[in-house]
Design a protein around this ligand. Structure first.
Ligand SMILES: Nc1ncnc2c1ncn2[C@@H]1O[C@H](COP(=O)(O)OP(=O)(O)OP(=O)(O)O)[C@@H](O)[C@H]1O
Ligand SMILES: [Mg+2]
Length: 417
């Protein structure tokens, strides 16, 4: 196949800890073949927000250059993730009369569209409108209404909104690198696309992407997305706890955490000893590994308890709306900070439910580099982009392919900002 015929998508996560750019080729069977990886420590981003534009631009440029070199292609546009505590969600209902005898794809578009015309927070804009289920007249719980007959159709939708300026700043950083943004996507949503199976979504599941600065949480029940939230604390607070507790420079604290850290004390031998560097040229010291776990375990438990609190509130809300809440598939943890030893054991204590670590699914190619929890968001962006490409293809069978491409390049972002 010639390079120009390949269907390529690029995902870019500008995280608190790292910038990750991935180039993926969409294969006919829906697998994304990863052909380029660009990875660079992130500077100038905290908890999803840009606080130093110049530094962010440099980090993005480096990651994108690396990915281009490896994939041997030129990147002109990216699917970009967005996080931060400004991300909000609301469940809404749209309603339309059914124009003809049976529901058309256009009716479905319209009903979802009407659900968008609700009040959202000032200074916010809608990032995603995701259909949960439809009902036609008295029949509820319809997943795909096309072709069914009736008079009136309702759609339940999940809206995800973000603060305008937060979105604008991250897009600005990407555009300064001469790149277009195909679509801006909530990073928690992207991670869920990468790590969940359809069965888990049906059974009920909560995904927590624990990064450096944020925990991005999404909850699915009955096959539909019900809740999205960002909690602005994550792995970096654990690192700073270690730095303070042992008077170690932050870089050393990070290394100690990754090398010796464990989120459950009982998994660490009583007489294991580790070496801890000191600040100000003082000699390094020996410490029991257990002392390190004594710092890490309570903090991880506290972080996860914040999510558990959020889930309890959600449970009450869904009960009021008569929506079944059961997380039978448990909790899926992903993101860099989920890679710590003892993570599953620690989380099972907090959630009293089954827990697994989620790695990105449905990919091939450079999996040695990217089949890791810290890559989930970016891989999810590629799956999102893949769906756009496939949808365009379907539409292009009716229209000229040039129109399809033009539509993609002038996605909502160009129009609305
Ligand atoms: N093996 C490990 N054990 C413990 N923590 C780890 C490990 N590897 C990475 N981390 C932690 O994961 C965090 C970075 O995760 P990740 O790369 O997912 O963050 P990010 O996407 O840049 O940040 P965010 O999504 O919050 O903006 C850091 O806090 C780092 O210390
Ligand atoms: Mg992240």
């Amino acid at each position: 196949m010639k390079a120009t015929e390949k269907k390529l998508v690029v995902g870019l996560e500008v995280g608190t800890s790292k910038v990750l750019a991935l180039v993926g080729e969409v294969l006919p069977d829906g697998i994304v073949n990863i052909i380029g990886v660009g990875h660079c420590p992130s500077k100038g981003v905290d908890k999803g927000g840009v606080n130093d534009l110049e530094s962010v631009v440099k980090s993005i440029q480096r990651a994108v250059d690396q990915a281009e070199l490896m994939a041997d292609c030129q990147i002109s546009s990216v699917y970009l993730s967005l996080s931060g505590k400004h991300i909000r969600c609301q469940n809404e209902i749209g309603m339309v009369p059914i124009a003809d005898e049976e529901v058309t794809a256009e009716d479905v578009d319209n009903v979802v569209h009407t659900a968008k015309s609700v009040r959202i927070l000032d200074e916010h804009r809608i990032l995603h409108v995701i259909a949960q289920e439809y009902s036609i007249d008295l029949q509820e719980g319809i997943k795909n209404p096309v072709g069914l007959s009736g008079v009136r159709m309702k759609a339940k939708v999940h809206l995800i909104t973000c603060h305008n300026d937060m979105a604008r700043n991250i897009v600005k950083a990407v555009e300064r690198c001469g790149l277009k943004v195909d679509q801006l996507i909530f990073s928690g949503l992207a991670s869920s696309y990468a790590v969940l199976t359809d069965d888990e979504k049906e059974l009920g599941v909560c995904v927590i992407d624990i990064g450096g600065g944020t925990m991005d949480v999404t909850v699915y029940t009955d096959g539909a997305l019900r809740h999205s939230v960002v909690i602005p604390y994550a792995g970096n607070v654990v690192t700073s706890d270690i730095a303070y507790a042992f008077g170690a420079p932050p870089m050393d604290a990070e290394n100690i955490k990754i090398r010796y850290g464990c989120a459950v004390g009982s998994l660490v031998g009583k007489d294991e000893v580790i070496d801890v560097p000191s600040v100000g040229g003082r000699p390094s010291r020996s410490l029991q590994r257990q002392t390190l776990t004594d710092v890490i375990e309570p903090r991880y438990s506290e972080l996860l308890a914040l999510v558990q609190k959020e889930l309890l509130v959600l449970q009450e809300e869904l009960k009021k709306q008569n929506i079944k809440y059961q997380l039978a598939a448990g909790i899926v943890l992903t993101g860099g900070a989920s890679q710590i030893k003892g993570m599953v054991e620690c989380a099972e204590k907090v959630f009293k439910n089954q827990v697994r670590i989620g790695q990105p699914l449905n990919i091939s190619g450079l999996t040695d580099y990217v089949q890791k929890p810290y890559c989930s968001t970016t891989i999810g962006l590629l799956h999102y982009g893949k769906q756009d490409l496939l949808n365009d293809d379907a539409k292009d069978s009716n229209k000229s392919s040039l129109k399809g491409i033009a539509k993609r390049l002038t996605g909502w972002f160009k129009k609305e900002f």
